[in-house]
Design a protein around this ligand. Structure first.
Ligand code: ADP
Ligand code: MG
Length: 324
């Protein structure tokens, strides 16, 4: 396994108390595999990714337990300097907001080129040529002419392509893309997602694709891990989850995707809001919103039950959920 996160716990000390942002997340990604991490805002998707990348905001954040193995190396015990070596050349991250992730006062050519001058000791001339090659690779039209432009001179979709180019620069084995298309128009979203999927296949990288939108992952993901209140509540191959969700939360998310064949009908929404992470409900954290909740759900935290060899559900009533 390329990346293995095991029983990861992250908390934040805030004025309101301790926010339990990540509460025992376990997931893995192989080379060439895409894992989609899905869940509403605030479910701990980004914090998990930041812990993997070694860029957690700490303090106030703190990893209190867990393991993160990458290419068979435990990352959590590495020194910051060694961690930096893993970032960039081993794993790279793509963020939602390219405009704030890119440096506004440097041309894109200089920013891309810096990857090669700083990390690979290339001359400026050679690094610039590499920058143009990468811009071509992510299909930015007239790359050679645009290499001297600044980030704000590009459209949102083109900027996101530049971020993908930055992530690819040092040939990482793993890319973590955190809501990479959320800020884009729907048509541009599909283009950027297709590009990412194509590059991932070509370079046989592992991809962790974080999203709150089940609609975008059907075509690109191999597996889906659904997060709720800092836990994985369902984990399964993508096709199984679409056909037969084994957790009422996943079912709710699926039912709230707009579908053309249901045009005109009112869109289903899961009732209520996700819990505050300083006061996660006892038992199953989803029980206050769950249409299937019973007494045991209010008292007993469900483990991730094995639904089949490669599927898990943290619902006491996963069998009923599968059938219904
Ligand atoms: P999402 O699933 O939307 O990516 P996040 O992982 O960003 O959610 O955040 C989960 C929770 O972690 C937030 O709701 C918040 O309570 C807490 N959190 C994240 N970052 C910080 C921070 N820098 N300081 C304090 N709390 C934070
Ligand atoms: Mg996030």
């Amino acid at each position: 396994m390329l990346l293995e996160v095991r029983d990861l716990h992250v908390e934040f000390r805030t004025r309101d108390g301790v926010a339990h942002a990540v509460n025992g997340v376990t997931y893995g990604v192989d080379a060439g595999e895409t894992l989609a991490v899905l869940g509403e805002s605030g479910s701990g998707k980004s914090v998990t990714a930041q812990a993997v990348m070694g860029i957690l905001d700490a303090p106030p954040g703190r990893i209190t337990a867990g393991e993160i193995r990458f290419r068979d190396e435990e990352l959590l015990t590495l020194k910051e300097e060694e961690r930096r070596r893993v970032r960039g050349a081993g794993m790279a991250m793509i963020f939602q907001d390219a405009l704030s992730a890119l440096n506004p006062v440097l041309t894109v050519g200089d920013q891309l080129g810096e990857m090669f001058t700083v990390h690979r000791g290339m001359s400026r001339g050679k690094a610039r040529a590499e920058a143009v090659r990468l811009m071509d690779r992510v299909r930015i039209p007239a790359a050679a002419q645009r290499v001297g432009d600044y980030p704000h001179q590009f459209s949102g979709g083109m900027r996101q392509r530049i971020m993908i180019a930055m992530a690819l620069a040092l040939g990482p084995d793993l890319i973590i893309a955190d809501e990479p298309t959320t800020a884009l128009d729907v048509t541009v979203q599909a283009q950027v997602m297709d590009l990412l999927a194509e590059l991932q296949r070509e370079y046989d990288m592992g991809l962790v694709l974080i999203t709150h939108d089940l609609g975008v992952v059907a075509d690109v993901a191999d597996r889906i891990a659904v997060m709720y209140a800092g836990r994985i509540v369902e984990s399964a191959p993508v096709h199984d989850i679409y056909k037969h969700p084994a957790h009422p939360y996943t079912k709710g998310l699926l039912d709230s995707i707009p579908r053309l064949d249901r045009k005109g009908r009112e869109l289903y929404a899961i009732k209520g809001l996700p819990p505050g992470l300083t006061r996660i409900p006892p038992g199953c954290a989803f029980h206050p919103r769950c249409p299937m909740a019973r007494d045991v759900c209010r008292t007993d935290v469900p483990p991730l039950y094995e639904v089949s060899g490669d599927r898990g559900s943290a619902c006491h009533f996963w069998r009923e959920c599968l059938d219904g």
